[in-house]
Design a protein. Structure first.
Lengths: 354, 301
């Protein structure tokens, strides 16, 4: 650890911290970022192939017969010939690798198959529901990052103090609490006990169109619960990062120069303590998807995650396969985002080497 | 960079002297927290083991006259929509959840140790292939993969165990592989190899014992994860069948009565998930400080 000289540190307090010429002079390194994105896109192909192939292998080992499922109760009375004919029409004959190849070529052309549980084409299901899920997740994520960071800084400021104990304790409890349980208790308290917020869905009873006001009221509980389930992680990590940074030489130097506590906390400690948090933000996508799966179910939110649960109870393979691919893409994009942020935030990291 | 859960906060500074240099102040004792965790874990295990033989419960028995009673002296936790005592049912549910959690965590740990040790010890192509497989498994959210597996098979105890085992081995495999790679460079291994020990003997006799403390820690921390996962699947109606109620199934079943204003059938099962989770995490934290005081947690629920 090098101790900065007084003059240098004093300059850093007024102006942004010094950055290498490459980052400062030319703005963002777009070309290197594009190359990293391209490399990741290439690396995603084998992962997606493996995931879809695995999904088809699982479906082949499944005791459920998709043809009988498609036929429903009529399938019980149908003759074997009819079922075979149906199987051929649905392109469900042949080994699973063959089915997988047919699905893949069709999917690349935009045809993702037919969802039995929702009685719609899968592409239409995704198109109609994707927006609601993205809205929910994005709002919750922004809230969780903002409040998690603030609480983390507040806790790190006086380690071992009452605020720190409260925040850390609450964070551990919240992290152990299942999101669906939090959601149900929130429904009970806010919708039934106080009666101030709707319990679920997108519109009030009898309303046909979604208005901004009613959407906002229906958003509060699901977004709040999802944010609450993601928040502890950010709070604990920020607390750790800022607490570590508070013990470092630059902070001691800043205090020695008599800078205001707020400047030291936000200008020095948070800036270096947030780095590890920032770089891990992208890797939270799986947890966000997990939370969305549960929260959307509790609040009957018309998003893609609640459709997934419906598809699972109905063993609706085409929809499940498409959702799995989508989730995998989101996770990979999150990892890419994490690496990009890491390289941008820490000038010592070379994008070309990632 | 992996999707690890938050690092355990380091021991709080008792004197809140933030300007002190790190590492010089002694770590305050965490014994009270460790002791409390131990007591809670012991109480959980004892309750789960002793209550069923002492207070046998007919899972099908209903007493509709006493349905939805709020918590009282007679029924500490109240009764559910069938008039069954919630405290007793929660203990029975915890039993199922804990059993599934322990078995699933064991499966995941065994798979993780086998895969991680093979990758670390064999190296080369095997290592690369295994790490690519780990990437694939890490790219699908665990709950979604669990939902997929259970949806393709009939809901029940074994699909849930399989789905937890198949999704949660990745972190253990990573830890074990890293540990094996660091052990490989130790002189005592060179001595064993030049002494003529076979590859199998080196792995079983010299590598595995060194890996077991870390792997055991990961396994213990996996139990709350597995319970959480099982509850989530059960809540979604994809887990344990209703007649052998787990905590997740109980929360699911209580949704109807919650809308009628009865909060207690929902509240208690959730608390029964949270308390053992925190206790196990606290216990594992104490253990971690024993085996490696400097190491930050990799697995923390």
């Amino acid at each position: 650890m090098t101790s900065p000289t007084i003059t240098k540190a004093a300059g850093a307090a007024k102006t942004p911290p010094p950055r290498p010429a490459s980052a400062r002079g030319r703005g963002l390194p777009w070309a290197a970022m594009a190359r990293l994105t391209g490399r990741r896109a290439l690396a995603a192909v084998p992962v997606l192939v493996a995931v879809t192939l695995g999904a088809f292998a699982l479906a082949a080992a499944s005791p459920f017969d998709p043809v009988r499922q498609y036929a429903g109760s009529a399938g019980l009375r149908a003759s074997q010939d009819t079922l075979d004919q149906l199987r051929e029409n649905l392109a469900l004959d042949g080994p699973f690798t063959e089915q997988w190849w047919r699905w893949l070529t069709a999917a690349l052309g935009g045809d993702l198959g037919w969802s039995v549980s929702l009685r719609q084409p899968v592409a239409q299901v995704i198109g109609e529901r994707m927006g609601w899920s993205v809205l929910l997740c994005a709002l919750a994520f922004v809230l969780a990052v903002t409040f998690g960071t603030l609480l983390g800084v507040a806790a790190a400021r006086r380690q071992g103090g009452w605020l720190d104990r409260c925040v850390t304790g609450a964070a551990y409890v919240l992290q152990a609490a299942p999101p669906f349980w939090l959601g149900l208790l929130a429904v009970w308290f806010f919708a039934l006990h106080l009666g101030v917020l709707p319990a679920g869905g997108l519109t009030d009873l009898g309303e046909e169109t979604v208005t901004a006001g009613s959407l906002a009221r229906h958003l509060v509980l699901p977004v709040g619960v999802l944010a609450l389930s993601q928040l502890p992680w950010f709070a604990l990590y920020t607390r750790q990062g800022v607490a570590d940074a508070l013990r470092e030489d630059p902070v001691r130097g800043a205090r020695a120069r008599g800078l205001r506590e707020r400047t030291v906390l936000f200008g020095h400690a948070l800036r270096s303590g947030l780095l590890p948090v920032l770089t891990l933000v992208g890797t939270r996508v799986p947890e966000l998807i997990t939370g969305a799966l549960l929260v959307e179910t509790v609040f009957s939110w018309p998003g893609i995650a609640s459709a997934t649960v419906k598809a699972a109870t109905g063993s609706d393979f085409p929809l499940l396969a498409a959702v799995t691919v989508l989730a995998t893409l989101a996770v990979l994009a999150g990892n890419l985002l994490a690496d990009l942020l890491y390289a941008l935030a820490d000038p010592r990291v070379d994008l070309e080497e990632m | 960079m992996t999707a690890t859960d938050p690092a355990a906060p380091t021991a709080p500074d008792t004197d809140a002297a933030a300007w002190r240099t790190a590492g010089t102040d002694g770590r305050p004792s965490r014994t009270p927290r460790g002791l409390l965790s131990l007591v809670l874990v012991a109480a959980t295990v004892l309750a789960v083991l002793l209550v069923p033989p002492l207070f046998p419960l007919d899972q099908q028995a209903v007493d509709l006259a006493a349905k939805l009673r709020p918590p009282s002296a007679e029924h500490l936790f109240g009764t559910d929509e069938m008039g069954r005592d919630l405290l007793l049912r929660c203990v029975y549910g915890l039993r199922v959840s804990l059993l599934v959690g322990v078995v699933a965590a064991l499966v995941a740990t065994v798979v993780g140790i086998a895969v991680g040790a093979a990758a670390g010890a064999l190296g080369g192509t095997v290592d690369r292939l295994v790490m690519r497989a780990v990437d694939v498994f890490a790219a699908v959210p665990h709950l979604l993969m669990g939902i997929f597996i259970v949806a393709m098979f009939r809901p029940g105890v074994w699909p849930v165990v399989a789905s937890v085992g198949l999704t949660h081995w990745v972190s253990t495999a990573r830890i074990v592989r890293a540990e094996v790679l660091s052990l490989r460079t130790r002189p005592y291994l060179d001595a064993a190899i030049s002494g003529g020990a076979s590859r199998g003997r080196v792995i079983v006799r010299h590598l595995l014992p060194g890996v077991l403390p870390q792997a055991g820690l990961a396994a213990v921390l996996m139990v709350p994860h597995a319970i959480w996962h099982e509850s989530a699947l059960s809540f979604l109606g994809l887990g344990i069948p209703a007649h052998q109620a787990s905590l997740g199934t109980m929360v699911e079943a209580a949704r109807g009565t919650l809308l009628a204003g009865a909060w207690w059938p929902t509240l208690w099962p959730g608390l029964f998930i949270i308390v053992p989770t925190l206790a196990i995490a606290g216990l594992a934290g104490a253990w971690r400080e024993r085996i490696d005081p400097r190491r930050r947690s990799e697995l923390m629920l």
